[in-house]
Design a protein around this ligand. Structure first.
Ligand SMILES: Nc1ncnc2c1ncn2[C@@H]1O[C@H](COP(=O)(O)OP(=O)(O)OP(=O)(O)O)[C@@H](O)[C@H]1O
Ligand SMILES: [Mg+2]
Length: 271
């Protein structure tokens, strides 16, 4: 039996303003099943962030329907509570609280749950380990690299076992090595935890690492195609390159890669 739909979008339309109104979404329709890994691409202004905000119940549509996990969002009374139980968010700017440690940041969304302090700390630790940050639990955001901060944001997004994780340009501020690492993490989460991931991106490499690409244009779904992920073979190419070998042998590394080299080495050792 195939997985149930976790996202159903019907004729979704969002118009901003009234005078010179902008039709940011214009009748978008699609469904996403549990366990899918989907990217949403399209030119600037095509409605990607608008769509993500509607899927995450951060905004209301002008018309049309969004059903998440079988719940029609227009009928949900307490959207805040729905959101914190059902949706995990990762944004381009990681939005970590600068005065809280990695572990405390991951615990934040659990403060609305019934879990005790001990349970919250244990769950945060478990997730930080899952994203490869076991040794960074007590670090503050400014003591971590951009890629590490984004991994903390990913751990925070997963903490309440969300039905969907929505990411808007999660690698937008990262260099190539960190982008690769975040994509490897997302692929791994999708494969090992069956996490349903929906990622908005401008980056073709990122889109190619997902399993399905929905392209928006002028607020409409222009195409919706399954991709055979080339991520593993891309990683093998990288492993065989001079840089990949330098990382594996920890020899002749450019200074800007020193920080991410250990994580990349672990990744390359796996392929
Ligand atoms: N709060 C708002 N008020 C008015 N217009 C808005 C608002 N948010 C977005 N828009 C407009 O809606 C359209 C779609 O914007 P949206 O942010 O969804 O695009 P996007 O595909 O995410 O673009 P980008 O790739 O640049 O992030 C744009 O024309 C934008 O100017
Ligand atoms: Mg956007």
């Amino acid at each position: 039996m195939s997985d149930p739909f976790v996202v159903e979008v019907r004729n979704l339309t969002k118009v901003y303003g009234d005078g010179a109104a902008v039709r940011a979404l214009d009748g978008a329709t699609f469904t996403i099943r549990a366990g899918e890994f989907v990217s949403i691409v399209g030119p600037s202004g095509s409605g990607k962030s608008t769509l993500l905000n509607l899927l995450g119940a951060l905004d209301r549509p002008t018309s049309g329907e969004v059903i998440i996990n079988g719940k029609l969002l227009s009928k949900v009374r307490d959207l805040d509570s729905f959101r914190s139980k059902t949706v995990g968010f990762v944004f381009q700017m990681h939005n970590l609280i600068p005065t809280l440690t990695a572990q405390e940041n991951v615990e934040v969304p659990m403060h609305e749950t019934v879990f005790s302090g001990g349970k919250r700390r244990a769950r945060a630790a478990e997730l930080l380990e899952l994203v490869g940050l076991k040794g960074r639990m007590r670090f503050l955001p400014n003591q971590m690299s951009g890629g590490e901060r984004q991994r903390v944001a990913m751990a925070r997004a997963l903490v309440n076992h969300p039905a969907i994780v929505l990411a808007d340009e999660p690698t937008g501020n990262l260099d190539t090595a960190n982008t690769l690492e975040i994509m490897a993490l997302m692929s791994d989460l999708n494969r090992s935890q069956n996490t349903t991931l929906i990622v908005v991106t401008h980056n073709h490499e990122v889109a190619r690492a997902t399993k399905r690409v929905i392209t928006l244009r002028d607020g409409k779904v222009q195409s919706d195609v399954a991709v055979k992920s080339t991520f593993d073979s891309d990683l093998i190419d990288f492993k065989n390159s001079a840089l990949g070998q330098a990382i594996l042998q920890d020899d002749g590394l450019p200074p800007e890669l020193r920080e991410v080299a250990p994580a990349l080495r672990r990744l390359l050792e796996k392929v």
